[in-house]
Design a protein around this ligand. Sequence first.
Ligand code: ADP
Length: 397
Amino acid sequence: MTFPVVGMVGGGQLARMTHEAGIPLGIRFKLLSDTPQDSAAQVVSDVVVGDYRDLDTLRDFARGCDVITFDHEHVPTEHLRALEADGVPVRPGPEALVHAQDKGVMRARLDAIGIPCPRHRIVSDPADVAAFAAELERGGPEGPSGEDGGGRRAGGFPVVLKTVRGGYDGKGVWVVNSAEEAAEPFKAGVPVLAEEKVDFVRELAANVVRSPHGQAVAYPVVESRQVNGVCDTVIAPAPDLDEELALKAEEMALTIAKELGVVGHLAVELFQTRDGRILVNELAMRPHNSGHWSMDGAITSQFANHVRAVLDLPLGDPRPRARWTVMVNVLGGDYPDMYSAYLHCMARDPQLKIHMYGKDVKPGRKVGHVNTYGDDLDDVLERARHAAGYLRGTITE
Ligand code: ADP
């Protein structure tokens, strides 16, 4: 067989959906999964169960793979360097991926290439957090002005603290109002990044894909709405986004991909500030929740383009198929039997696309998402929300 083998580290839903995108191309897929029950391990035929933190496991896994890519950012950077030294193509490579692994490294690099970010610095202890807050206060009135709707409190607080490594879905992020509140983040023994609390009107995401050849494509900038620190709804394209600002966000994401040497999908999470600026919050170098709409709403999905990119194939058209596409995540609720909701959901909205990840339904756990599309945004939003709520069991009619 001459079809290449893509080695995917991590068995979550991103791996599952990337595998799905490779099937029509005949791409072979090999998975390194924590357990045989993981979302992707349930559907991939060639699964190695093992620990991605162990270099020998990674080396064994990499044998027989034409390229290695990822479902998460947690593989130690030095292991990736070792795999590269063994001659295994790692995409994205460690020198790019480190910027999605370490928020301190990411902020320093974005500063160096002139990409706007929230004001920030690494802090050493709660007293240093207070010193940072005081610096923010001295930064003057041109900076963002504190909490949503309110002014910055005395002393420059609130401040956002983040452990530089290991956070996800809002874990590893604290908003603190005083030095006394700032003890917790330092307990993990990981460096802590302090940032101004940005007064944003909404969160956006600019998704781009880049190949080793240097070809790159940009998806339309989307609006991403979070609930309790977890992505809830994505609207593609972001409604009422000034064309110039959208273009700027796309250009920023393409610049970051190029400057950092990203191969594959890059999600740039952005804040749109009250005063009309765009600041980078986070980078993810893999398919991303803010790109799930593209499975049904774009000519080429983020997963299909990620597969193409890591194999250095020409990238597919990222343009939308419909005026509006809305994605809503399906979280676990009180009813474990989501399948019984399919009849109603599918009958109510023939355009609805349901994507389930094969996970046990537990309250609050991301177990799937729905996409739907059309010409009228309010109608599309209503249909997507209704389906997600009905699947979860929070809407019963
Ligand atoms: P994670 O690693 O969990 O994705 P993020 O850095 O994306 O962490 O932060 C999670 C959420 O916290 C963001 O989506 C945003 O809502 C909020 N947040 C993060 N940084 C800031 C900031 N500097 N100002 C205001 N809100 C922030």
